[in-house]
Write a new protein. Structure first.
Ligand code: PGA
Ligand code: ZN
Length: 439
């Protein structure tokens, strides 16, 4: 056996940022090198995602235990991995996919598979004695991402706040990643002050953003503009605003065809058709410095997405999250139908590192932008920070500059920027390269 061969794979049940169980996997190589990874978990989960295996045993953790997934890792997966080289990620991931045997990883569980896939990559990097971002991205991986910080939470992440799930700031005017975090944190704290002055709640939602009770999405945008101003920055120049309405969560489907469904904004008290929802975004992007809209429409409203992109695609990032679920087939359909110009990437939507990297490369080849993303349920694991640099993604979404499971990713990027030294690059506005309004 080679010394980079896998000796053992072991999983355990740990707790995520919401206090719910999730899978952690530890891989040990023959020479003693180890790799450890923890799996994130979403709550506004798309229906086309790979299956996160939960026990459903109501006597433990309200049915959310992951002991079955843990058992799959410790049994079948560990046996299959034993003796394989940790340096051959694609072979490892292919073996995991075959072993599972289903299209959506429902048998072994995408959580069991992803934990293994990521832990193997970490063991491989450690074996080579190099950081994960250079192990995965090679010597040329030097592009830090523009962070998209979700400073105001609504939807399923903060019930009773806005209909839209996420209001993010993008510090494109920063000179480097370090300054991007400084600007963002200053705006975040200014927002705290704005909310206090208005006697609005400063409690935070699942991703660390404030979650005040507000009558409309526009109120949220106004508060953020005030915060940017109070912090001494210029909206539309130093910072842009990005939205994740997570429209699938307020979409009520039609009986026969998704195009007949309705978008129900209950806080605002309005119900809109797909084309009316598009008009809403057209107005919003002309009234506010909103440069990016993720999941503006529902996950199967393909016709709506193509219309939205035809109308706004030259000046706004239209980002498919639930729409693509980091799935190659769905991405190909989106490219063919010109359904968007950007894709959100979540490792646990698809379940292996190799498939994730393939989707990123395909989207980049189509001239789209790619955003590496956390989930609302996170851990101290920082793999996505390295993945963003390794894949030249240009953008990352990891929550507010608040709560350590969010900061773990941003702090890892601060360390990577320092580690890269003079070679480090921060794209700033260039991260919006496929938009005509950006010069
Ligand atoms: P989730 O939400 O992690 O709760 O699914 C994140 C998102 O919709 O982008
Ligand atoms: Zn989303």
């Amino acid at each position: 056996m080679e010394i980079a061969s896998i000796k053992s794979v072991k999983a355990r049940e740990i707790l995520d940022s919401r206090g719910n169980p999730t899978v952690e996997v530890e891989v040990v190589l023959v020479n003693g090198t180890t790799g450890i990874a923890a799996v994130p978990s979403g709550v506004s989960t798309g229906k086309h995602e790979a299956v996160e295996l939960r026990d459903g045993d109501k006597s433990r953790y309200w049915g959310l235990g992951v002991l079955k997934a843990v058992e799959h890792v410790n049994g079948e997966i560990a046996s299959a991995m034993a003796g394989m080289s940790a340096l051959e990620q694609e072979t490892i991931d292919q073996r995991l996919i075959e072993l599972d045997g289903t299209a959506n990883k429902a048998r072994l569980g995408a959580n069991a598979i992803l934990g293994t896939s990521l832990a193997v990559a970490k063991a491989g990097a450690s074996f080579r004695g190099i950081p994960l971002y250079s192990y995965l991205g090679g010597a040329t991986a030097n592009l830090l991402p523009v962070p998209m910080l979700n400073i105001l939470n609504g939807g399923k992440h903060a019930r009773g706040s806005t209909d839209f799930q996420e209001f993010m700031i993008m510090p494109v005017g920063a000179a480097n990643f370090n300054q991007a975090m400084q600007i963002s944190s200053e705006v975040y704290h200014a927002l705290h002050k704005v909310l206090e002055d208005k006697r609005l709640s400063t409690n935070v939602g699942d991703e660390g953003g404030f979650a005040p009770r507000l009558p409309s999405n526009k109120d949220a945008l106004e508060l953020i503009l005030s915060a940017i101003d109070m912090a001494g920055y210029k909206a539309g120049q130093d910072l842009f605003i990005a939205l994740d309405p997570a429209a699938s969560t307020f979409y009520q489907g039609g009986k026969h065809h998704s195009a007949h469904g309705k978008y129900v904004l209950s806080q605002e008290g309005v119900t809109l058709s797909s084309t009316e929802m598009i008009d809403y975004y057209v107005k919003l992007t002309s009234d506010y410095p909103v440069i990016s809209i993720e999941d503006g429409l529902a996950e199967d409203d393909w016709a709506g997405w193509s219309l939205l992109t035809a109308q706004l695609g030259k000046q706004t990032h239209l980002v498919g999250d639930d729409l693509y679920a980091t799935n190659m087939e769905r991405l190909e359909k989106g490219i063919a139908q010109k359904a968007s110009n950007s894709i959100l990437i979540k490792v646990n939507q698809i379940g292996t590192l190799s498939e994730t990297l393939a989707v990123i490369r395909r989207a980049q080849k189509a001239g789209w932008t790619t955003i590496i993303s956390h989930r609302s349920g996170e851990t101290e694991d920082t793999t996505i920070a390295d993945l963003a640099v390794a894949s030249n993604a240009g953008l990352i979404k990891a929550g507010a500059p608040c709560r350590s499971e969010r900061l773990a990713k941003y702090n890892r990027l601060l360390r990577i920027e320092e580690d890269l030294g003079k070679a480090a690059q921060y794209p700033g506005k260039k991260a919006l390269y496929n938009l005509e309004r950006i010069k």
